[in-house]
Design a protein around this ligand. Structure first.
Ligand SMILES: NC(=O)c1ccc[n+]([C@@H]2O[C@H](COP(=O)([O-])OP(=O)(O)OC[C@H]3O[C@@H](n4cnc5c(N)ncnc54)[C@H](O)[C@@H]3O)[C@@H](O)[C@H]2O)c1
Ligand SMILES: [Zn+2]
Length: 363
């Protein structure tokens, strides 16, 4: 299968996303292209390290670089400031300096932490993303948002720091647990609904193959998702407008994650529920019809993702959505579909309308 290259067009900070199978050998070329002559800090987690770290390290070392490896404990709970201090300490001890580069090998947690570390170590050094989950490939590795959680709020401490390149080797997905694959597909379905009916149709038609991890069928949706996210980020890097479309299903979804205590649903599962609620809102507003709501629900269900949550605590979820709004200085912006492939941003949705949409996923 051929290698695909997608450009994230951000002027001087533009970078390529390279997608293919068995393409880890391209890593040293990307490091050289970034003009790196110093040491490399390879950051990964303790699930990914035993699977892929040796290979990545050897490939980079064979090109003449010295590599210091730092393994984080896996999991969202590790996404905190203390880990940034650990990483900076490990990098300093290993002799990394301004001429060095960080390579992030892992899912979104590793990418967000390592990207943030790269953004602040020595006031910022370059980094390369090698994402190993669908979420990381189609979402977190593209766009330059990096950071960690604060106990009071997720992703509340961080910087925009764009990578030098994103290297997506589809083969790394072979070891990905099924539940993580399904949750990642929620973000792919989201990209289809907000921007590309053809992507949505492919994901529907190829659900069985994709769930069997047929990498040939999976590569197109991953690549297309990256293209969609890259185009949106190029237009609106700092989320002044268009980039908010990527939050489709996320205002409902984040509230669902918060009220369920972050341990019932994976992020993608909460987003699946959020998209179902958003589609009901669209129907109530007369923007989409029953057929849209059913088509999106059937697609989400085909991936084994939740379409209803009977235990949803209505008032608490609405409160969580409103808190989200306060954090954003007053305007709660909801992304509402108008057809498969297009959405609008609405800031005029009442609590009653949100409640009605949430009722839809309680039944
Ligand atoms: N920066 C952004 O724009 C952005 C966008 C979306 C999500 N995120 C963040 O991404 C994180 C979620 O990312 P995620 O879903 O990748 O979670 P994750 O990084 O926790 O990975 C999920 C699990 O899979 C394991 N794993 C990763 N790759 C594997 C592989 N190839 N084989 C076997 N196991 C593997 C991990 O160790 C982990 O246990 C969240 O913290 C979220 O906030 C950031
Ligand atoms: Zn998401």
């Amino acid at each position: 299968m051929e290698t695909r290259q997608i450009a994230v067009a951000l002027g001087e900070r533009s970078y390529p996303i390279i997608i293919g199978q068995d393409i880890l050998e391209l890593a040293p070329g990307l490091i050289q292209a970034a003009g790196i002559r110093g040491r490399i800090g390879l950051i990964t987690d303790d699930n990914v390290a035993p699977l892929y770290a040796d290979r990545v390290r050897e490939i980079i070392q064979d090109a003449g670089y010295s590599v210091a490896q730092h393994v984080l404990p896996a999991g969202e709970s590790q996404k905190r400031l203390a880990r940034i201090e650990d990483i900076c300490g490990a990098l300093l001890e290993a002799g990394l300096d301004r001429a060095s580069m960080i390579v992030a090998l892992g899912g979104g947690v590793v990418g967000d932490i390592a990207g943030f570390a790269a953004g602040v170590f020595m006031r910022g050094i370059p980094f390369l993303q090698i994402p190993t989950t669908i979420v990381a490939q189609v979402d977190s590795s593209v766009g330059g948002k990096t950071g960690v959680n604060h106990p009071l709020s997720k992703n509340s401490i961080g910087v925009f720091h764009q990578p030098e390149a994103v290297l997506i080797d589809m083969q790394l997905l072979e070891s990905l647990p099924d539940r993580e694959l399904r949750a990642g597909m929620a973000e792919v379905i989201k990209h289809g609904v907000i921007a590309d009916a053809e992507l949505f149709d492919h994901v529907v038609a190829q659900a069985d193959a994709i769930l069997r991890k047929d990498l040939t069928q999976l590569q197109m949706p991953v690549a297309r998702s990256c293209e969609i996210k890259a185009a949106i980020v190029a237009e609106d890097e700092k989320e002044q407008g268009l980039r908010a479309n990527l939050n489709y299903g996320h205002t409902f979804g984040h509230a669902i994650e918060a009220v369920s205590g972050y341990d019932t649903f994976l992020h993608g599962e909460a987003i699946a529920l959020g998209m179902c609620a958003a589609s009901a809102l669209g129907r109530a507003l007369g923007l989409v019809d029953d057929a849209f709501v059913a088509a999106q629900r059937d697609c989400i269900a085909a991936y084994g993702l939740p379409t209803r949550w009977p235990e949803l605590p209505l008032e608490a979820t609405l409160d969580a959505m409103t808190r989200d709004k306060k954090a954003r200085a007053g305007k709660l912006k909801l992304i509402v579909p108008t057809r498969i492939g297009a959405v609008v941003q609405r800031s005029d949705i009442t609590r009653e309308q949100m409640a009605e949409a949430l009722e839809h996923i309680r039944q």
